[in-house]
Write a protein that binds this ligand. Structure first.
Ligand SMILES: C[S@@+](CC[C@H](N)C(=O)[O-])C[C@H]1O[C@@H](n2cnc3c(N)ncnc32)[C@H](O)[C@@H]1O
Length: 293
């Protein structure tokens, strides 16, 4: 997933550009249990999330999404739902500010790592699929950061996710999520592997990341492959490849999707500081309200 940050700096923060000897917060808690929720749909688009330590080394900034989410979370009563929470990049700092969090992700390793970092913070960690979940709670605010919605590739999946969000929002509850802007310059084919970035993990691996990509303009899906290389303790060169497919959306398409799936007043912004969406924006931030029944 980190490869999406190459073109999605403002969706995910400029995390990949500031990486250098990044330290993962120390383990402060106990991993006890994770709830499992109706995780019955297959998902082959998660291989980039197999190593949460690598994820945290590559993605470590609460800004720019965090402060806006904190402000929104402080305006609601009750818990806030983080869909596709990963290792808790947003959930943990929000919980530290006293926000009661419910944090869901499909990858148990990501959740386990987040839970370990979070210790006793008020976070309910749920292993679940954003396309098919059932919690026994409703929320005034549901959010998703890091282009999670783009990991869903078909309309059926988008509608399934929006139906679950609807089901878990109170009347007039709000859903906010980010997407990468579909700039043509990011949607071509890159056949030859190109260097992306490098960093050192807390366990002292010097990791070099490169990648290549292919874009399918009919499905509006970009298929990227990140290649991570490092030398292990015995001097052997290690290589790991992780493919990731991301669906790209155009603003009017999202407006229609939200409208036909029970959301009102969909607004678009160009970043998490809520500046207007323009042709130069690098992201599309979508904010919508659940329609009154
Ligand atoms: C780019 S990461 C973002 C993580 C976190 N929101 C952040 O900002 O750091 C995408 C996350 O979405 C999760 N994800 C992707 N598809 C999912 C699905 N269908 N259900 C639940 N989680 C999913 C991945 O496991 C991964 O942790």
């Amino acid at each position: 997933m980190t490869r999406i940050y190459l073109s999605l700096q403002s969706v995910c923060g400029s995390r990949r550009w500031s990486i250098c000897n990044t330290a993962v917060p120390p383990s402060v808690g106990r991993f006890t249990y994770l709830e499992k929720r109706r995780c019955v749909m297959t998902n082959s688009n998660l291989s980039d999330y197999a190593d949460p330590v690598v994820y945290d080394a590559e993605n470590n900034q609460f800004e720019p999404a965090g402060p806006t989410l904190l402000k929104m979370a402080q305006q609601v009563t009750g818990p806030v739902l983080d869909l596709g929470c990963g290792t808790g990049l947003m959930s943990i700092p929000l919980a530290k500010q006293g926000i009661d969090m419910v944090s869901m992700d499909a990858v148990p390793e990501m959740l386990a790592h987040g839970k370990k970092k979070a210790g006793d913070l008020p976070i309910r960690w749920v292993e679940g699929d954003v396309r098919n979940f059932q919690l026994d709670q409703k929320f005034e605010l549901i959010y998703s950061t890091g282009a999670v919605f783009q990991h869903l590739l078909t309309r059926a999946e988008h509608e399934a996710c929006l139906a679950c969000v609807q089901e878990h929002l109170v009347e007039n509850g709000r859903f906010i999520f980010d997407l990468a802007f579909p700039h043509p310059k990011w949607l071509g084919n890159v056949e030859a592997e190109e260097e992306w970035f490098s960093y050192t993990t807390p366990d002292e691996r010097d990791v070099r990341v490169s990648g290549f990509q292919e874009y399918d303009p009919i499905r509006q899906v970009k298929m990227e492959t990140a290649v991570r290389r490092w030398t292990d303790a015995t001097g052997i060169e290690m290589t790991k490849k992780a493919p990731l497919s991301l669906r790209y959306f155009y603003p009017q398409e999202i407006e229609a999707l939200m409208h036909y799936n029970g959301f009102l007043n969909t607004s678009f912004f160009g970043d998490w500081q809520l500046t207007p969406l323009t042709a130069e924006s690098t992201m599309i931030l979508v904010l919508a309200k659940k329609e009154m029944t």
